[in-house]
Design a protein around this ligand. Structure first.
Ligand code: SAH
Length: 499
């Protein structure tokens, strides 16, 4: 049976601007055929099992010709696959979506189209430019500035000027001077407000605002490159007042998140919400100690313990896996009380229907040890990392509290991208590197190399122990007030405000 092609608009770049229907189509896709303008963040949503076909042009390489793209679409659909054809912005706005669907229609194949948010409107919006406004423009004209190399785009400038509407030119970077000349010679006021928005809706977005006659010079001075929009009209005068995106506290900043992959999500998302460009570098991962006979034995006699203590979500996971492996569940805990180092560990327990009885006021190993030492009368069972901080057990020992400290997972340091990362760090590509535990610092340093230059970024650290580890490597650190992801994100934003 023949498959089906869903033509999906990926939006202008910000992954949040992919439509719900577009995302659903992606999630069900078996084959995804995509263009150059689809942002990496949207490509990340392609299911791992789906086959990816890149038909976009890369620097120095030619794009796959349209006829061949049409062929690929036909072949994949005829082979019975669920195909998503993913295009930047809206597929029907200078995206050749119509041509591709004609091919499918003529071959009698099933297809669907999911419109996307076009950059013509969205990149302008993120640049603080509403494409229409009752005081300035009552029409919007989207025009292609694309011209064969060297030649002038075939545009009826007189007609455009007569509309007195907002003019948006796509694919116009190369033809910018020709476009401006065309408008001016058709009688447009040289002082008409104009703007360009480069990489609109993406973290690295830049805007260039100027009067029409000065736009080419200003754009050249800023080095504006494709993809960028040219917007011409009175609405551009609002940009300085309405450019909300550029005012996000971390706009233009680049952060590196070093958490293990499974836990990087929230931190990265929060930083992105504040405008930062985020790269993830999971330089550590955790692995359960298996088989863990010590934990199995302890869980077999849980009633002997008054307290069960966890210092990370990974510890909770290892515990839970072991418990389930023994054929038991939460009921095995009976009256045992639960202590956690901080809210994220607490949430890992909550996810299994368990609520922590103790959480220290400062979320670190020493304070957890002190709090437990005060609360405990009976024995404490600690299930944590092989290389767990001695500050916790020292506090218990000092108070004469009996404990068993069982290593239930270990940290593995490995990451193949380290040489490239080192280059980027030393070139000053990152403003911040986040460290959520001392082990992420160790993983990062061992991946990049101890002798690397760590002076080009600020290490944002959760807690004093993490910061202490970073300082050993001469990383200049900022420590979040509380040991939580929220506090770490606030720290990044405050840093920028102070500048
Ligand atoms: N179908 C797309 C447009 C494809 S033509 C859409 O609806 O957005 C390609 C042109 O779109 C680029 O040359 C540029 O002018 C514009 N463009 C696409 N993404 C952009 C972005 N993120 N910021 C600014 N312009 C963008």
């Amino acid at each position: 049976m023949a498959g089906k092609v869903t033509l999906v608009g990926a939006g202008p770049g910000d992954p949040g601007l992919l439509t719900v229907k577009g995302r659903q189509a992606l999630e069900r896709a078996e084959v995804v055929i995509y263009d150059r303008l689809v942002s990496p963040a949207v490509l990340e949503m392609i299911p791992a099992a789906a086959r990816r076909i890149d038909v976009g042009k890369e620097a120095g390489r030619h794009p796959v010709p349209q006829a061949q793209i049409n062929e690929i679409l036909l072949e994949e659909a005829q082979a019975g696959h669920r195909v998503v054809r993913l295009k930047g912005g809206d597929p029907f706005v200078f995206g050749r979506g119509g041509e591709e669907l004609e091919t499918l229609a003529r071959a009698g194949l099933d297809f669907e189209e999911v419109p996307g948010v076009t950059s013509a409107v969205a990149a302008a919006a993120y640049g603080g430019i509403p494409v229409t406004h009752r005081d300035y423009a009552s029409s919007l004209h989207i025009v292609t500035g694309h011209a064969r190399e060297g030649s002038i785009p075939d545009i009826d400038f007189e007609a455009l000027v007569r509309t007195r509407g907002t003019l948006v030119f796509l694919m116009g970077v190369t033809a910018l001077s020709a476009i401006v000349r065309g408008l001016l010679s058709a009688g447009m006021d040289p002082d008409t407000p104009a703007a360009m928005v480069e990489r609109g809706t993406l973290p690295g977005q830049r805007r260039c605002s100027a009067a029409l006659r000065a736009l080419p010079e200003r754009a050249a001075a800023m080095g504006i490159c494709s993809p960028a929009l040219i917007v011409v009209g009175g609405v551009c005068s609002l940009a300085d007042e309405l450019c909300w995106f550029e005012r996000l506290p971390l706009h233009g900043k680049r952060a590196l998140v070093t958490r293990p992959k499974a836990r990087a999500g929230t931190l990265s998302d929060r930083l992105r919400d504040l405008g930062a460009e985020v790269a993830e570098f999971p330089c550590i991962r955790t692995e359960a100690v298996s088989p863990c006979t010590a934990m199995e034995a302890a869980l077999g006699q849980l009633a002997e313990y008054e307290w069960l203590g966890f210092t990370s979500a990974a510890g909770v996971e290892a515990f839970w896996q072991c418990l389930r492996g023994l054929g038991r569940d939460a009921r095995a805990l009976g009256d045992v009380k639960l202590a956690v180092i901080g809210p994220a560990t607490g949430e890992a327990l909550e996810a299994r229907g368990l609520t922590a009885d103790l959480i220290p006021d400062v979320y670190d190993a020493a304070r957890m040890g002190e709090a437990l030492a005060k609360a405990a009368v009976g024995k404490v069972l600690l299930l944590r990392a092989e290389e767990g901080s001695p500050a916790l057990t020292d506090a218990l020992a000092a108070a004469g509290v009996a404990y068993d400290d069982i290593p239930v997972y270990r940290t593995i340091y490995d990451n193949p991208r380290s040489a490239q990362l080192r280059e980027e760090l030393e070139a000053g590509r990152f403003d911040f590197v986040t460290f959520t535990s001392a082990s992420t610092v160790r993983g990062f340093v061992s991946a990049v190399g101890r002798d690397a230059d760590f002076s080009k970024f600020v290490g944002l650290c959760i807690g004093a122990q993490t910061a202490g580890e970073a300082e050993k490597h001469h990383i200049s650190v900022k420590i979040s007030e509380k040991a939580t992801i929220d506090a770490l994100v606030e720290l990044a934003a405050d840093e920028e405000k102070r500048k």
